[in-house]
Write a new protein. Sequence first.
Length: 116
Amino acid sequence: MRKKIVVIFVVIAFEVISSYLYINIKLDLTKDTVEDYLVTEKGVAKKDIKVSKPVYDWIKAKGDKKWFVCVEIMGDQGTYYYYKDHQKNKVKLDYYILHGVEYSAREYEKIKGKTP
């Protein structure tokens, strides 16, 4: 009886710890990928990235959009939300928030006059 309790406890502890590690590693990898994309593809200087916060949204989002990075860039009043599309192996802008208003990537192109 006592061995069963110990085994159950160890299994539960292993599941909790492995899930926690998986989420944190995936968030760090997504953050690094987005930062590399901004520096290499968009020409943003690393020092100009004011905020780069990885987020895991397990309730609302589906697929790759569960893992996104909130980015604020110096000199830009808006906040960008990027995710990595693993099927196409590309970083994509999900949406952009400016003065509390949310814009899709397509609307962002119209506002800024450039692709995200």
